[in-house]
Design a protein around this ligand. Structure first.
Ligand SMILES: *Cc1c(COP(=O)(O)O)cnc(C)c1O
Length: 422
């Protein structure tokens, strides 16, 4: 399948008159339509709520759009909690799903009234000591261990993941929490990442629903919500079939009716904590080709680098590239498309067949809306790019300016030697 950009070459040429490349661009219309599809897919569940994983795209303007779409936030750090608070999320609109959590972050989450999702059984005592009590509403993160497979296909390796409690710990944790006065309970699990199959959520849901029924029978704890967390993936590659969220919602409903309803648990709310699915396809990195190099391989050098998008360097992740204005040209040239870091893994694509690229061409790197800008860093003293929002009315708003050298040096706190740059 052809992967299309959500912005045209003409639009981009207008945008770059005001905002130089590189920048991340987000598509408000796409974000809203996708959020509506998710809501519709789970409309059968009265308490359904999506808690957007803030780490995917920690920008308040994006969070505000999602808030208008009925989403809450899922946070795992103090600053993500502050972002949520700043945008106006409060109380049960915030999920705090962190791990190896510092005391101060539990306190901040609690002060905002967030739902705390405990990653480990030892955190019960830790939280009780820090807060002076056990929160009334509490969730526990589950990790059944082993390999997670769907009809013989291994999806991921929870047994090797640092997150969550074993089955035995989970049951013990809920008994302890109940004894200590918690009133309302939830279960959470994240067993596979970036799944491009409509079967992941239903399979995960069935496991969690069965655990919830056993929990009720064996400990008397009846959970009121089940959090399927993140993990619904996107089709980064043009040959992948994107997930069908309506089919995923139906699959979860079927498991719900098979397992929870007969156990008298037909009131349980379903929560999700999607990041990639909510934003991934609705953002792109726009960059300009600034050099071509012909040595042992053919290279195209961009004005963006791994600092703007780390996934290819970090995981060898595929991100589709469109050379704007050459959408229909034959992909006759094999390129490594590189950034400028002094790291040989700073390549957006390796041996990629693309149309012939000239210096000055605009390249759109697809699917950077989640885990794109947010993973950025400052290696080589490179500065982070701007974030722009393409609004529904076609206008563009800068929602974060590009970093300046002053930003980079700011933490030197008035250092005399750097005075002329501060
Ligand atoms: C990262 C994360 C998510 C979101 O994951 P996606 O792959 O972006 O859907 C949700 N919940 C938790 C606890 C996470 O760490």
């Amino acid at each position: 399948m052809d992967k299309k950009t959500f912005v045209t070459k003409g639009q981009l040429e207008e945008i770059i008159k005001q905002y130089p490349t590189p920048f991340h661009l987000y598509d408000e219309k796409g974000i809203r339509e996708n959020a509506a599809r998710l809501r519709e897919a789970f409309s059968w569940n009265k308490g359904f709520k999506e808690y957007f994983a803030v780490k995917a795209t920690p920008n308040p303007y994006i969070l505000q759009i999602l808030r208008e779409c009925g989403c809450g936030t899922d946070c795992s750090s103090a600053t993500e909690l502050m972002l949520s608070d700043g945008v106006g999320f409060s109380g049960r609109e915030i999920m705090f799903s962190s791990n190896n959590t510092p005391a101060g972050e539990f306190k901040l989450a609690d002060s905002l009234g967030a739902i705390i999702n405990l990653d480990d059984i030892t955190h019960i005592g830790y939280v009780e000591q820090e807060l002076g009590r056990i929160p009334e509403v509490i969730s526990c993160r589950y990790n059944p261990g082993g390999l997670f497979a769907i009809s013989n296909e291994i999806m991921d390796n929870p047994g090797d993941a640092k997150y969550g409690m074993t089955t035995e710990q989970l049951f013990r944790a809920f008994s302890i929490l109940k004894e200590k006065g918690a009133q309302e309970f939830g279960i959470h699990a994240f067993l596979a990442s970036n799944t491009v199959t409509n079967d992941y959520y239903p399979a995960l849901a069935k496991i969690l629903f069965e655990v919830a029924v056993r929990l009720k029978e064996e400990t008397g704890v009846s959970v009121s919500f089940i959090n399927l967390s993140g993990g619904i993936g996107i089709a980064y590659r043009p040959d992948q079939e994107p997930n069908d969220i309506a089919a995923i919602g139906e699959g979860v409903k079927k498991a719900y009716e098979e397992v929870l309803v007969p156990a008298g648990m037909g009131e349980v709310a379903i929560y999700t904590e999607l990041g990639r699915f909510m934003l991934g396809p609705y953002g792109c990195l726009v960059s300009t080709a600034i050099h071509e190099k012909h040595t042992h391989k053919e290279y195209i050098g961009l004005d963006a680098c791994a600092v703007d998008l780390m996934r290819p360097a970090m995981y060898g992740a595929y991100h589709h590239i469109t050379v704007m204005g050459k959408e229909d040209a034959p992909c006759a040239c094999k390129y490594d498309v590189t950034g400028s870091l002094c790291e040989n893994n700073d390549k957006f694509a390796v041996d990629r067949m693309l149309p012939k690229i000239l210096v000055g061409d605009l390249l759109v790197i697809h699917d950077t809306g989640a885990h794109g800008f947010s993973m950025g860093y400052n290696y080589n003293g490179k500065l982070k790019s701007a974030e722009l929002l393409l609004k529904e009315d076609g206008t563009v708003q800068m929602i974060r300016r590009a970093e300046t050298p002053q930003d980079y040096f700011a933490t030197l706190d008035g250092c005399e030697m750097m005075k002329k740059y501060l």
